[in-house]
Design a protein around this ligand. Structure first.
Ligand SMILES: [Zn+2]
Length: 268
């Protein structure tokens, strides 16, 4: 028996209330005013790896880690090996995810042919700077047009690769991408979400036409915490303490819609 049922009084939503949760043969836990009950969390940005990368993590391992941390639903990213760009791969991965002990959703990768969206009918499509470099902004706009009809959300890793220089990814890349996406939304009416934003500017500039999320590392760490740059190399990059603190203030003031982890295991 690995289930529990809860009875007694617990602190939920700002006050103590009498609760009775679960039943059957599950082990009884008496609450007696000593427990805080929180809802399960949703993490819309994770990389459960597996396919071609199972030495880093598997779907099953990722799901267990999520549950252990109180996360009951995830949005998994498509940059597996192979990258999930076709309806066939999308369906295969969703099928595997449906057997996990959490609610599993998948962001589809950018397809080479827009018609794949009609086949797959994803709820969201993840666009990387590498996709923009490979297929161009025009292709992204075609996806946006199709998604506006099919009601899928475009999820941007919002950095314009035209601003990448010698391995550097400056804040200007995010600013330029925000403007490109704003124009695409204006022309197509597509719904967009910008994930792991790093600049308070982005939270303010996207009000009214995009939702945004920020990660624990961009909110709590900055370049001053980074003694060994090789061990804190993330995309997008960590920013200065000044930018990082203003991003945290933006979260506190409600300008950032969602907190997401970008859980992504790597080997050294
Ligand atoms: Zn990610």
């Amino acid at each position: 028996m690995d289930c529990i049922r809860l009875e007694g009084r617990a602190y939920i939503g700002g006050r103590f209330v009498r609760v009775k949760i679960g039943g059957g043969d599950c082990r009884l836990v008496q609450l007696s005013n000593r427990y805080l009950i929180l809802p399960g969390m949703v993490d819309l940005h994770v990389h459960f790896r597996d396919w071609g990368l199972s030495h880093k993590e598997t779907l099953e391992g990722g799901a267990r880690a999520a549950l252990a941390g109180g996360v009951v639903a995830v949005g998994d990213m498509p940059n597996t090996s192979p990258h999930i760009r076709t309806a066939e791969l999308y369906r295969k991965r969703v099928e595997q995810g449906s057997g996990l002990p959490i609610l599993y959703k998948l962001h589809m990768g950018v397809p080479e042919k827009v018609a794949e969206l009609d086949q797959a009918r994803p709820r969201s499509v993840k666009i990387y700077p590498e996709d923009v470099a490979r297929f161009g902004w025009q292709h992204v706009e075609k996806l946006a047009e199709r998604c506006a009809t099919l009601r899928c959300v475009l999820v941007f890793h919002c950095e314009d690769p035209a601003y990448f220089r010698n391995g550097e990814r400056p804040p200007d890349a995010e600013v330029a991408c925000v403007e490109k996406v704003r124009q695409i939304v204006h022309r197509t009416g597509a719904r967009v979400h910008l994930t792991h934003i790093t600049l308070p500017y982005t939270a303010e500039a996207t009000r009214g036409w995009a939702s945004v999320d920020a990660t624990p590392h961009h909110l709590l760490l900055d370049v001053d915490n980074c003694k060994d740059p090789a061990l804190c190399l993330v995309n997008p990059r960590l920013r200065t303490p000044e930018i990082r603190k203003r991003l945290l203030a933006a979260l506190a003031s409600g300008l950032i819609d969602i907190y997401a982890t970008d859980h992504a295991p790597h080997t050294l």
